[in-house]
Structures are given as C-alpha cells and as structure tokens.
Design a protein around this ligand. Structure first.
Ligand SMILES: [Zn+2]
Length: 280
C-alpha cells in the first residue's frame, strides 16, 4: 500500500521517535483507545529489537507509531492499514510489539505478558476489573516453600501485604497523594491499575521499612528468594528504571527459572526485558 520503506530509514527515524516522542505518542491516543495507546508505548521500544532480532523490514517498528495516531484515521484507510496490523500478528497471537531486547509483547484481555511474565509497572497496567482475589496458588505455594527454607535457617518470613484489589490500591494511593503530594507518592506507591499487588504475584514481607534490608531476614530474602521463584522487584539504585524507590521488602513471583536468570543478570525486571516504567 505505501511507498516502499527503506529499512535503515525506518530504524533511524523510529529511534528518533523513541528519544523524543514516547510521551506525546501516548497523549495523542484518545481515552477510547486505551489498548492502542498501550500498543504505542510498547511499540516505540520495538525498533532496537527490530534491528537485532530479525524483524522483517516492512516497518514493524514504524507501524507501532502509526497505530499510535489512531482515531483520526478515517475508516477508508482500514483496508490499507490492515496489512501492517497482520504483520505483527504474524509473530504470534496477540503480539502487539517488541521490547528493546527483542521479546514479544503479548496483550491478552488487557494483561501484558513479556517472555511469559505478567508485567505490571508504570508503563503497563492491568484492567481495574482484574484480580485473582488473593495470592495465586502458584505464588502462595512458592512462598510457603520459601518460608520453610528460611525457617530452617532460623528466620521468620511472613506476609505483610499480598493481594490488593484495584479499589484498595486506589484508596492507598489517594491517601499517600493527600499526605505527600502526587509527585512524591509516585516514587513509592503505584497508581491504581499499576500495582503488582493486584496480580496476586507480589508480596511485601515482614516490614515495609528500609531498615528491613539490614535485618537477617532482609539479607536472606535478597540472597535467596530467587531460589524459590521470587525477585526483589525494586532494587537499590534502580529507581530510574523501575520507577520506584528501593523496596527490600517487596518480592515478586516470576517462577524459578526466570528468577534465577534475573538474579544472575543483576538487572531489574525492566532492564532484563528491555522495557520502560513510565506513566503515560
Ligand atoms: Zn509491595
């Protein structure tokens, strides 16, 4: 349909877009286009991977930007833009883009999965209606195993906060905003829909306090939780990539293999997957 696109031009221009336009891209998306808006933010990360992961030079990365400028496109253009949409779906069901590390970004019913991990951060949200109502069975089982292992070392690990619904998080966040102002609250409290606790896969253990890091339990969690499938989600000095201040008490279940890989890498989840954590 379109003029032939030179792959090099696409990559370069897309890279420029990443540098300067990721925020405005999202802003141009209307509220009625929430999913597409998400797509845009994912897809702006695609070009780098496109260059390195063998994405065909049909403008995959660029089309993310195109879908980000959505509603103004008249219906007439649908037949024209459809082929590029199917380009992405040819990578698999519900694939909506690629991360900068080349992982597929899959959106299923408003949930974002990257490399098999349900991702929730400032960039990626979950629907307000979503929630298992408690820790997932898998997460709870893994946590129980962790607790037993810690107990064998004479340590007591326990849940302070596990599953939190959208509305619970909404109340918490509003309270923190009233107390500290939104800018400050955003450094330590997730906006509703952006909390990992809503997935039933995250647990705050023992003490929601920085001093927890220096306790025997805190040190044990930092050194051993990966063996049971958990990562310390918001690491020290990772605020610029995770979007949150250090939280030695917040662990996130990702499965043993993934936790091991992330632990070994020394990276945050965002760095490991090649994604951002920034509010639109
Ligand atoms: Zn937490």
């Amino acid at each position: 349909m379109k003029k032939p696109i030179k792959p090099v031009f696409v990559v370069v221009s897309a890279l420029l877009l990443i540098s300067f336009c990721s925020c405005s891209l999202k802003i141009t998306s209307g509220a009625d286009n929430r999913e597409t808006s998400s797509e845009a933010s994912y897809s702006t990360e695609a070009p780098v991977s496109g260059a390195s992961s063998g994405i065909t030079p049909t403008g995959t990365s660029e089309q993310g930007s195109e879908t980000a400028v959505p509603s103004s496109a008249p219906d007439l253009s649908s037949p024209v833009s459809e082929p590029s949409t199917t380009d992405l779906s040819s990578y698999g069901p519900n694939v909506i883009g690629f991360t900068s590390k080349g992982y597929k970004i899959v959106n299923e019913d408003g949930l974002t999965y990257i490399n098999g991990v349900l991702v929730v951060n400032k960039t990626y949200s979950v629907p307000s209606s979503y929630g298992p109502g408690d820790l997932t069975d898998e997460c709870r089982e893994a946590f129980n195993t962790l607790v037993s292992a810690a107990a064998e070392d004479g340590l007591n690990i326990f849940v302070v906060s596990g599953y939190r619904s959208y509305s619970t998080q909404e109340g918490l966040y509003q309270r923190y905003c009233s107390r500290d102002g939104q800018e400050r609250a955003d450094t330590y409290s997730a906006r509703p829909g952006h909390s990992e606790h809503q997935t039933g896969l995250a647990i705050d253990v023992n003490s929601v306090s920085y001093s927890f890091a220096d306790t025997a339990e805190g040190q044990w969690i930092a050194a051993n939780s990966y063996k049971y499938g958990f990562i310390v989600r918001y690491g020290r000095d990772k605020e610029s990539v995770t979007g949150y201040a250090y939280e030695p008490w917040h662990i996130r279940y990702v499965g043993v293999a993934m936790a091991q890989a992330i632990y070994d890498s020394g990276l945050s989840l965002e760095e490991y997957l090649g994604i951002s954590s920034i509010y639109a």
